[in-house]
Write a protein that binds this ligand. Structure first.
Ligand code: ARG
Length: 401
C-alpha cells in the first residue's frame, strides 16, 4: 500500500538521501518525490545536487538559499541566549534543523504534498528535531523516515542505489560523518568512536592547528547592539559577513575546536568533534558584555535558568515550542541595554577577552576602586553581614557540640 502520494524530501546530495528517492517510490509506493536542498552557508555548490536529485528520480528539485535567515533568526537568538549545550556545544547543527523543517513544510503546502521525508536514522538527534519541527508547524502532514526503517548498512544502501542508477561515491568514502553549515562543522564516527583516540588533524577544515597559528597576537573589537553582533573592528557587517569574518579570524588562530562526550536525546552517549570558531567567540564576547551591562540578579537568573533551558530546548528539538517563545521574550527584555564593544585577543588557540565598554555599563569605578576615590561605605558592610549571616549564626550556635 502506498504510504503517500507526493513527498517533499530533505535532500543533501549524499548517498542516504539519494537512495531515499527510489526507495520511497519503489518500496513505499510514493508517486512523486520533490527534493529540497537548503543552502545554509555550507560552502558547497548546490547546482550539481539539484541535477543529481532529478537523475535519481525526483520530479522536481528545489534549492533554497536560507543562509541569511539562518544567521538572523536562528544563530543570533542563540547568541543572545549564550546557548551552549552541556556548557560546551554551541548547537551549530541543531540550529539548522528547525529552519530546514520550516522550508520543508512550506514546500509541502505549496506543492500539495501529503508527506515530508528525511534521511535520518533512528539513533540520532536530528530525527527528533525534524519530526518535532514538522509536527509543530503542520500536525496533519505525514512524516516518512526511510532510513529509520530500511535496516540497510551503508554498503547495502550503496548497492541498493546502484540498482537504480545512483553511482557509488567515487573516492573511498571517508569514515567520518560530517555536517556543515555557516556556523561550523560536526564530525563523528570512524576512529572517533573510541573516546580515547585523539582526533586526527585531517578532520579539521575551519580551524588551523595551534602549531600553525600565527605567533603574533591579533586584537579584534566586536560590537553588539541589544545583544546582537553588528560590527567587527568598527566596521558594520551584515549578519552573514560578520559570522564569516569571525570564522576566518578565530579559525586562523586555532580557536574553536571542541572534543566532547555528549548526551543525545535518545539516551546514547556519543563522542563529538566540533569546529565552531566564530560562534564560540561571539557567545563568549556576548556573555562578557552581559556581565558588564546586566545586574547581578538578572545575570545569575538568565545564566542558571533561561540560558540553560534554551540550549536544551534547541538540542532536544523543541524550537517550535511555546516555552521557547516565552524564553525569547524574557531574553529580549534583558537585551535592551546589552550594547557595547568587547576586545578579544587571539593568540595560539586562545581567544581572551581583554577589554569591554558600553554606554550602559553598570561598572562604577567609584565603587570598585581600592584607591583614594573610593565612594563605598565600608562601615555599612558590618550590619549587612550580621543580617545576611544571621541564619548561619543561629545554626552554628545550635549545632556546636
Ligand atoms: N551531535 C550533534 C547534534 O546533535 C551533531 C549531529 C550531526 N548530525 C549529522 N547528521 N551528522 O547536534
Amino acid at each position: 500500500m502506498s504510504r503517500a502520494n507526493k513527498v517533499v524530501l530533505a535532500y543533501s546530495g549524499g548517498v542516504d538521501t539519494s537512495v531515499c528517492i527510489p526507495y520511497l517510490k519503489i518500496e513505499w509506493g510514493v508517486k512523486e518525490v520533490i527534493t529540497l536542498a537548503a543552502d545554509l552557508g555550507q560552502g558547497e555548490e548546490l547546482g550539481p545536487i539539484q541535477a543529481k536529485a532529478l537523475k535519481c528520480g525526483a520530479v522536481e528539485s528545489l534549492v533554497e538559499d536560507a543562509t541569511e535567515e539562518f544567521v538572523t533568526d536562528y544563530a543570533f537568538p542563540a547568541i543572545k541566549a549564550n546557548a551552549l549545550y552541556e556548557n560546551r556545544y554551541p548547537l551549530s547543527t541543531a540550529l539548522a534543523r528547525p529552519l530546514i523543517t520550516k522550508l520543508l513544510v512550506r514546500a509541502a503546502e505549496k506543492y500539495g504534498a501529503d508527506a515530508v521525508a528525511h534521511g535520518c536514522t533512528g539513533k540520532g538527534n536530528d530525527q527528533v528535531r525534524f519530526d518535532l519541527g514538522i509536527t509543530a508547524q503542520n500536525p496533519e502532514i505525514k512524516i516518512l523516515a526511510p532510513a529509520r526503517e530500511w535496516g540497510m548498512s551503508r554498503e547495502e544502501a550503496i548497492s541498493y542505489g546502484e540498482k537504480y542508477g545512483i553511482e557509488a561515491p567515487v573516492k573511498k568514502s571517508s569514515p567520518f560523518s560530517i555536517d556543515r553549515n555557516l556556523l561550523g562543522r560536526s564530525i563523528e564516527a570512524g576512529p572517533l568512536e573510541d573516546p580515547m583516540t585523539e582526533p586526527p588533524e585531517e578532520i579539521y577544515a575551519l580551524t588551523k592547528s595551534i602549531l600553525d597559528a600565527p605567533n603574533e597576537p591579533q586584537y579584534v573589537d566586536i560590537s553588539f547592539e541589544k545583544g546582537t553582533p553588528v560590527a567587527v573592528d568598527g566596521e558594520g557587517l551584515s549578519p552573514v559577513a560578520l559570522i564569516t569574518k569571525m570564522n576566518e579570524i578565530a579559525g586562523n588562530h586555532g580557536v574553536g575546536r571542541i572534543d566532547m562526550i555528549e548526551n543525545r536525546v535518545v539516551g546514547i552517549k556519543s563522542r563529538e568533534i566540533y569546529e565552531v570558531p566564530g560562534l564560540l567567540v561571539l557567545i563568549k564576547a556576548h556573555q562578557d558584555l552581559e556581565s558588564l551591562t546586566l545586574t547581578g540578579d538578572v545575570t545569575h537568573y538568565k545564566r542558571g535558568h533561561i540560558d540553560e533551558m534554551y540550549s536544551r530546548l534547541i538540542y532536544e528539538g523543541l524550537w517550535f515550542n511555546p516555552l521557547k517563545n516565552a524564553l525569547d521574550a524574557f531574553i529580549n527584555e534583558t537585551q535592551e541595554r546589552v550594547t557595547g564593544t568587547i576586545r578579544v585577543k587571539f593568540l595560539k588557540g586562545n581567544a581572551t577577552i581583554v577589554g569591554r565598554k558600553s554606554p550602559y555599563s553598570l561598572y562604577s569605578e567609584d565603587l570598585s576602586t581600592y584607591g583614594v576615590d573610593d565612594k563605598f561605605d565600608h562601615k555599612a558592610a558590618e550590619g549587612f553581614i550580621y543580617v545576611w549571616g544571621l541564619s548561619t549564626r543561629v545554626w552554628a550556635e545550635k549545632t556546636r557540640s
